[in-house]
Design a binder for this molecule. Sequence first.
Ligand code: HEC
Length: 276
Amino acid sequence: MPTILSLILFLLAGLAGSSAIAAEPELTITMGGTSVRISRAELLARRDVATVTVPHDSAYGRPMTYRAVPLRALLADLPPSAADTIAARATDGFVSQLPRSLIDGASVPWVAVEDAAHPWPNLPGQSVSAGPFYLIWQHPELGHVSSEQWPYALAGFAEVASPLQRWPGLAVDASLPADAPARRGQAVFIVNCLPCHRLAGNGEGVAGPDLLRPMPAVTYFTADGLRALIRDPAAVRTWPAQRMPGFAADVVSDADIDAVIGYLRVQAARRTEPSP
Ligand code: HEC
């Protein structure tokens, strides 16, 4: 005989299950002060949906073919925006700050849409796919699109000011020469690390730890340890839930890694200086 409690639990479980099936994923786009939510079905029904094959898919690490909608057309459906950056936000706290110039440049961005009837495979080493929405690029090499500019599990896109305007604390001191490695490191960090890591609260990515606060990562990691970790985190330590991706040399060169470490050192030194 089921107790009243087990009956209630049974009914609640049924409700949760049916709402999960019924919930149609939506992509939120905010541009020109206007916000729209577009469902997966609406995206797949658009006239400009196309079949797009990418020979070197960033998330899957192999050739992939998708049903996809051109991002430029999606953005053009909304009022124009003067913002120079589009934040591509994922449901797991990853946020790529995409320069408008990259979106409108030589590489062509598409929003791949996972059709519930034809689900994508799970991501390597994970129990989820890149869906329901995933930003993919045609000719990524032309615009030097980095692996961290292919956000998957996308929640939406929003116009924002550039990272250095939003978080001036990310900028190295203005007195540093234009060719100082830390300046190069700042640029490498903003594209490749800021999507997951903040620096003393500067940034909006929360998929990884803040690398300056409470203790700067450069204080408790040696330069060799950091170099190894950025190239391949599993070369330093491993556990099942490890999430940080390694950076291949064609994405972040040895010189870029040294530059980013130099940048983290400069930022750590600035933080420990007594305030004026
Ligand atoms: C996709 C998200 C992601 C990106 C991009 C990323 N990281 Fe990480 N990182 C993580 C996560 C998550 C951790 C925590 C350990 C783990 O799960 O792998 C981490 C850990 C670290 C640590 C160790 C911190 C500690 O206290 O243990 C350092 C240092 C680090 N990352 C530096 C970087 C640098 C530098 C870059 C850019 C070149 C970068 N990460 C890019 C997600 C990311």
